[in-house]
Design a protein around this ligand. Structure first.
Ligand SMILES: [Zn+2]
Length: 473
């Protein structure tokens, strides 16, 4: 079995904030879990930047730089951010790359050859913020895009259209055959009712766009940015065996693109539709929507520099259930760091290893006495069903269990009167620490090697270390 995980590709005119980071960290966690289970060579993790947008042109103009240079610099910023916070992507795609343009042309040609593209007059409303056509019914009371609070442009031009309407029944059939096509259930139901409501053909080209990928059979038209962007998942796919295990992780705002248009495009081109899709929710920061104007946009790099990479992971991924909406607060984040990471895991490992050095001269107790310890079996299942928060909760409850055992048995007292009894306590604690270390390989990849080193080998434990140093609020 092979697994291929993707994040959405991010618009270059954005700077990476913790919303993008949330999605990317979740995908990273799945990739790490499956690498551990299936082997590194059987997992592929893709992220990248979406560059063929009209917004790109505007942002480049604003920055006063030529488009190529602007794109180069901004996509580098994205890549660097993911490197700084420890994202283990295998490939980073930019949609201005040759390999992508080539795949877009191949797929568009197949769709064209299948008779699913035709030319017609388009008249309608377009929001450049959304990079999407809107219906009158999508607008708010002022006739504005509800997300961008701006009136959409009225567009009248010759466009190429994709026969999406033809795929209503095939899509419904696909959904009934594949329960993993979109999860969680509520997102799946939304999309199903959208499909059942009837699908309209969609415009897939822009006649007057300055920037973008030209249509292979009519160079005067640029391909609609979403139609090109979705194809990135194929452009970077390392092989059909990986495609069979593809899982798109996405935000709840882009399910129609991923679960309606994308599978229909693939059906038309004669390519297997995605095996799995999961849409996560959005979060507020201290109860408010994150926005530049409110000044509450949090940089993932700032948090990482202050608290470390693993803290950022745990803070974001444990804040609320993956798939739901929720809130992230800096106070809650700091508390998690102080209580669960520094005070929980860090304290546990440090205390146990220090005590073993003190009373057993660093000798590994596991080699002396057996153990009746049962590790938490639900952990794998959680990660295989996208329940990241539950997996983290299992980790922390295991930390609590070990700390409680330590506090109840007080081996530091016991060792003075009954050393073999104290050694037995340590022998029970070591397998718990070993299990936590296994879990940390997926959840706390930066701390994992330190935990492993502290555990040592069958003969001796390692040197004690401070895993999570004190950080002031
Ligand atoms: Zn909009």
């Amino acid at each position: 079995m092979k697994k291929y995980f993707t994040t959405p590709i991010y618009y270059v005119n954005d700077v990476p904030h913790i919303g993008h980071t949330y999605c990317t960290l979740a995908t990273d966690t799945f990739a790490r879990y499956w690498r551990k289970k299936l082997g590194k060579e059987n997992v592929f993790f893709l992220t990248g930047t979406d560059e063929n947008s009209q917004k790109t042109v505007e942002a480049a103009q604003k920055s006063g730089k030529p488009i190529d240079q602007y794109l180069e610099e901004i996509s580098h910023t994205w890549r660097k951010t993911w490197d700084q916070i420890g994202i283990s992507y295998d490939d980073f795609i930019r949609t201005t790359e040759k390999r992508h343009v080539q795949t877009v042309h191949e797929i568009l040609t197949k769709i064209h050859d299948a008779g699913d593209i035709y030319k017609s007059q388009y008249e309608g409303l377009y929001c450049t913020g959304c990079e999407a056509f809107l219906k009158k019914s999508d607008l708010d009371g002022n006739g504005h895009c509800p997300d961008h609070k701006k009136a959409p442009q009225k567009i009248q031009e010759e466009n190429y259209f994709f026969r999406l309407s033809k795929y209503q029944e095939p899509l419904l059939e696909l959904f009934s055959k594949n329960p993993n096509l979109l999860r969680p259930e509520k997102r799946r139901n939304e999309v199903l009712s959208f499909i059942r409501g009837g699908l309209e053909d969609i415009s897939i080209s822009r006649e007057n766009a300055e920037f973008g990928i030209p249509l292979p059979w009519d160079e005067g038209h640029k391909i609609y940015v979403w139609f090109d962007a979705l194809i990135n998942y194929r452009s970077a796919c390392p092989g059909e065996d990986f495609w069979a295990g593809v899982c798109h992780i996405l935000g709840k705002d882009i399910t129609r693109f991923h679960s309606v248009i994308w599978p229909a495009m693939l059906l038309s081109a004669g390519i297997a539709p995605p095996a799995e899709e999961f849409a996560h929710g959005f979060f507020t920061v201290n109860g408010e929507k994150m926005s530049k104007s409110l000044g509450n946009v949090i940089s993932p790099v700032d948090l990482t520099e202050k608290y470390g990479r693993d803290a950022l992971r745990m803070g974001l991924l444990s804040a609320f259930e993956f798939g739901n909406d929720g809130d992230f607060s800096l106070d809650g984040f700091h508390d998690l760091y102080a209580k669960k990471l520094a005070g929980g895991v860090g304290n546990l490992f440090n205390r146990v290893i220090v005590l073993i050095h003190k009373f057993l001269e660093g000798k590994s107790p596991a080699s002396v006495v057996g153990s009746d310890y049962n590790p938490p079996i639900q952990f794998e299942k959680c990660l295989e069903t996208n329940k990241i928060r539950e997996a983290i909760q299992l980790f922390f409850s295991e930390v609590d269990r070990a700390n409680e055992r330590l506090n109840e048995t007080e081996p530091w007292k016991l060792a003075k009167t009954d050393l073999p009894a104290a050694e037995k306590v340590f022998a029970q604690l070591i397998p718990m620490l070993a299990t936590l270390t296994e879990m940390a390989e997926v959840l706390l990849p930066e701390t994992f090697p330190k935990m492993k080193k502290m555990l040592g080998d069958e003969q001796k434990v390692g040197e004690p270390e401070i895993l999570f140093p004190r950080v002031d609020r």
